[in-house]
Design a protein around this ligand. Structure first.
Ligand SMILES: [Fe+2]
Ligand SMILES: [Fe+2]
Length: 381
């Protein structure tokens, strides 16, 4: 197989897809490009029975070999990922109408593709594996989490995208800040449209994928707090990004300590308490991370009266985003179902929040938060 031909195939397929999403599948330009893509793939499959294209993180791997990165290969990889496709297998005997079907499916908007992107005789689609436990994008979309909460409007794309960024980060310690920003923008958009359902999603969960789900929830809760007091624009985005990354330092804490269900020993707690400093340092070294994220990672356990950690000099002024994150963090921790307890009822959390005002938590922001959760009904969660 000449790699030039497979590259040409991808190029034509991509152009056809782009045209189909702009002008519809029946546009002559789409037909022409599809014809070319079909000719390319036929050539490729003349000398072989099949070809496998696989998305591995952000790379396109063709028959086990990573493809040279280029703008359009990258774009193609993104499209496959956004459609939840991790593996695309093409077999000898592929027909023109199967290529058309592939183009049509790829060109559809994400919401519509769930049923439309199906395998055919010579085109097989597999889902993306995005997390360590092997949960696929499919199960991330339709799995127990969304079923349990019965929220059809949950921002699937953002969740699976962030899960992937998070997994890459966990494995390679390489943060893709652009991806995080994109996810936050997605949340903000969904929030503008959905508001309450998104908030409800953040308000109750199981302790699975702890830090991942926790980060997205704290992000949603921070956005709710910020929007309620009229924060908008770049600052709103930065607050969301900061929330997403506030616990990033936990990547540097041993798994046994993070997942321990019992009480931590004194030594373990000392290690655990290092996550704000480790996180801030990591973010500081990562290009393009908003300063606010560094500050928030560092300050989110300090408490309003500075009695938390890390210890700082008296008179230290915490950023507003750190105060917000503390509130969201506290709320999310209590709403999490633990092996040893059910989520704490909202009424009880409300009482706790009241009692922490001025000592642990920022008074005005806590009142703001209480107003937000007063709008949620226990039964709706
Ligand atoms: Fe934390
Ligand atoms: Fe946290």
């Amino acid at each position: 197989m000449s790699s030039a031909t497979i590259t040409e195939f991808i190029c034509h397929l991509l152009s056809a897809t782009a045209n189909a999403s702009l002008y519809g599948v029946s546009h002559p330009q789409v037909a022409r490009l599809s014809e070319q893509a079909f000719a390319n793939i036929e050539t490729v499959l003349q000398s072989r029975p099949e070809i496998t294209l696989m998305v591995v993180e952000n790379e396109l791997v063709i028959d086990g070999q990573p493809h040279t990165v280029s703008l359009f290969i990258n774009r193609f990889t993104q499209i496959l990922k956004s459609r939840g496709i991790g593996i695309l297998k093409l077999y000898k005997g592929i027909t023109k109408s199967e290529v058309d079907g592939l183009i049509g499916g790829l060109a559809k908007q994400l919401e519509d593709t769930a049923q439309l992107m199906t395998s055919s005789d010579h085109v097989r689609l597999g889902k993306v594996n995005v997390n360590r436990s092997g949960m696929s994008a499919e199960s991330a979309h339709n799995g127990s989490h969304s079923e349990k909460l019965s929220l059809p409007d949950m921002p699937r794309k953002e969740l699976s995208q962030f899960m992937e960024i998070y997994t890459t980060l966990k494995n390679k310690h390489k943060l893709q800040i652009n991806g995080v920003t994109e996810v936050v923008t997605g949340f903000i958009n969904v929030f503008r449209e959905e508001g309450k359902p998104l908030l409800a999603m953040a308000a109750l969960r199981d302790a699975d994928e702890y830090t991942f789900t926790h980060s997205t929830n704290v992000c949603i809760l921070n956005l709710a707090q910020s929007m309620a007091i009229g924060i908008n624009g770049q600052l709103l985005n930065d607050i969301g990004v900061a929330a997403m990354l506030h616990d990033i330092g936990k990547l540097f804490i041993p798994e046994e300590i993070l997942t321990k269900t019992g009480k931590l020993t004194d030594e373990e707690f000392i290690i655990m308490k290092q996550h704000p400093v480790k996180g801030a340092r990591h973010l500081l070294e990562t290009p393009a991370v908003p300063r606010l994220a560094v500050i928030t990672a560092y300050e989110h356990h300090m408490k309003f009266n500075l009695s938390g950690y890390p210890r700082v000099a008296a008179g230290w002024e915490q950023n507003l985003c750190s105060h917000m994150t503390m509130i969201s963090d506290f709320f999310d921790a209590l709403r999490t179902r633990r092996p040893y307890r059910e989520p704490v009822p909202l009424a009880e959390i409300t009482d706790m929040l009241h009692s922490m005002v001025g000592t642990d938590l920022h008074p005005a922001l806590t009142r703001n938060f209480l107003r937000i959760i007063a709008g949620l009904e226990e039964s709706a969660l």
